[in-house]
Design a protein around this ligand. Structure first.
Ligand code: FES
Length: 393
């Protein structure tokens, strides 16, 4: 007779922080990909899921199954052909990496935007798009903590969606508070899903904050107005003990940074992401008229001033002498050389270019991989010349 033994179950104790990255199951990509393996690929739109009156979730299927690994909170750069013109924009993945076979992005329609109206109105199931990435380090996986506070506004909810879905899948929704702000209740994305997760997981609490009522609907009964220090302290009394992730439009980010300081959160525990899509952080400099192949010095800075550098654009034959601290993207604008750009902050990789000669000081935020740097690529938006350089543009 076989003796069955039951060892006493022992409580492993409190989770010592998230284990999202080291413990990712093989299905997510761990072990399937060589480090720095290329993740850029075409994806097929499988489904469109309406989320609110002006937000849609696009369900994308990688054409190389099982090879797209990412961390919750990371973003991709979509490259879509719009009437013959390739348009690039960054979108945070709203899907969790624990479900690797289909990816989702959740897109708010921006009237007059270069890509979101196309994604809303014209991209159809079966259409293919190019997806580059993932990029970014706005992820709980990089900041293990016992307690989290996820703050978001508007379409900044997307990293929150990916993060909460991932934690729920991995059974790690131990102590998370979500505080999401929107204009009206009709603008709350995925409210039903997050409320249902909170009902099922005692470790998740979701606070919705609305500025106003939805037209024609019942009066909003939850917290009303903009997020304030008093409101945050009342809703999250232990805010100072939490790792805080904030994502939203620039005005919200500025206000939230101030109120987090007011309630005493250590800045080292605050992590932010804000995208101003389609705008560049580089100074706006009017492009100069075409001047043929003749090199042109476009600034008032004499070349003899210490720290000045000559930036030559190899293919266009243009040249500019720029002041210390000028980014290569700004130098390109001064020279009338068109370089693609999106985030302007070293995040998205849109401006990636080849460096043919010389050195740059680059301070990026995950928009380029070490193997690309080793291959002579750099990000002009967050790079300043270290001496004279030649750029492949
Ligand atoms: S524009 Fe995004 S990395 Fe340069």
């Amino acid at each position: 007779m076989t003796e069955l033994r039951h060892d006493a179950w022992t409580d492993p104790g409190p989770t010592p922080g998230l284990r999202l990255v080291p413990d990712l199951p093989r299905a997510v990509g761990d072990g399937l990909l060589a480090p720095e393996a290329g993740l850029d690929q075409e994806m097929v739109l499988r489904r469109r899921v309406p989320v609110t009156h002006d937000v849609v979730t696009l369900v994308l299927e990688p054409t190389v199954p099982g090879t797209f690994a990412y961390a919750p909170g990371q973003f991709v750069t979509m490259v879509v052909d719009v009437d013959g013109v390739p348009v690039e924009r960054c979108y945070t993945l709203s899907s969790p990496p624990t479900r690797p076979h289909l990816l989702t992005i959740t897109v708010k329609r921006m009237e007059g935007g270069a890509l979101s109206p196309y994604l809303h109105d014209r991209l159809r199931p079966g259409d293919r798009v190019s997806v580059r990435g993932p990029n970014g380090d706005f992820t709980v996986a990089a900041h293990p903590a016992a307690r989290y506070l996820l703050l978001s506004a508007g379409s900044g909810v997307t990293p929150t969606l990916s993060t909460v879905r991932t934690m729920a899948d991995l059974g790690e929704l131990d102590d998370v508070v979500v505080v999401h702000s929107a204009r009206t209740p009709a603008d709350l994305a995925c409210r039903g899903e997050l409320d249902a997760l909170a009902a099922d997981h005692p470790g998740l609490r979701v606070v919705w904050v609305c500025e106003d009522d939805s037209p024609g609907s019942a009066s909003w009964q939850g917290p009303r107005g903009r997020l304030t220090a008093d409101l945050l302290a009342a809703q999250v009394p232990d805010v100072g003990d939490r790792e805080v992730f904030t994502c939203g439009p620039p005005g919200y980010m500025t206000a939230t940074r101030a109120l987090l300081a007011e309630v005493g959160v250590d800045p080292l525990r605050c992590h932010e992401e804000s995208f101003v899509l389609g705008e560049s952080a580089a100074p706006a400099v009017p492009a100069l008229p075409e001047t043929g192949d003749a090199p042109v010095a476009l600034t008032e800075v004499p070349a003899a001033v210490p720290g000045t550098a000559t930036v030559t654009f190899g293919r266009s034959g243009r040249e500019v002498v720029c002041a210390p601290g000028t980014t290569v993207l700004a130098a390109a604008q001064q020279a009338g050389v068109s370089l693609p750009s999106s985030c302007g902050g070293g995040l998205c990789g849109t401006c990636k270019s080849g460096l043919l000669a010389g050195k740059v000081e680059m301070s990026h935020q995950g928009g380029i991989r070490p193997r690309e740097v080793a291959a002579g690529k750099f990000l002009p938006c967050c790079s300043t010349p270290d001496g004279d350089i030649v750029v492949d543009a």
